[in-house]
Design a protein around this ligand. Sequence first.
Ligand SMILES: C[S@@+](CC[C@H](N)C(=O)[O-])C[C@H]1O[C@@H](n2cnc3c(N)ncnc32)[C@H](O)[C@@H]1O
Length: 200
Amino acid sequence: MWNAMYRESDRRWSGRPNLRLVEVAQHLPAGRALDLGCGEGGDAKWLAANGWAVVAVDISDEALRRSAEDVGELSAGIDFQHHDLTQTFPDGEFDLVSAQFLHSPTPWDRGRLLRRAAAAVAPGGVLLIVDHGGGPPWESQMKDHHHHVFQTPQEVIDDLALDHTQWEQLRADSVDREMTGPQGQVAVIPDNVIVLRRRS
Ligand SMILES: C[S@@+](CC[C@H](N)C(=O)[O-])C[C@H]1O[C@@H](n2cnc3c(N)ncnc32)[C@H](O)[C@@H]1O
């Protein structure tokens, strides 16, 4: 399904890093980062360019192919891995685990996946989850997208079932962002931003 979605156009996303990733990661010391559902690799490339050693994962071969296409000298800093994250997960611990718009129109246990993501955060490291807090008006007209349930930041945090003595909540809020649709339409939609730090 994801391969088919990517193949509908030459480029699905902007190629730029996600605003919320940059907002958070620019204040962190570079270390090991895990990008879950990396899409076309905008975030992985930004992280690598800023000194991070990145593992970038996607279920779509096509997304991974595009991500690796123009990676140039940053390739030394990015390990692209193919996983269906509901089945397999990269090895290791990471100073930053980032899930940017890791949504899917197919039914899946995203809570379980995100609990696995939290378990991959190294002591002192950060878990960053950025979700769509709502859909743009044009999305209801797109096939496959109409069953999506938008969770609040608190619902996502509750699903993580973290031990609060081990984790510090740095941020859990909703920020509006302007989004451009497939036909160039513009809408303002909320980004839900969750930043949690595992205590050292
Ligand atoms: C909405 S896109 C977001 C892409 C990217 N993070 C961004 O912000 O541009 C969701 C991405 O998650 C990937 N994905 C969906 N389900 C997945 C799964 N089970 N395992 C790994 N990746 C998955 C999709 O292929 C897609 O690239």
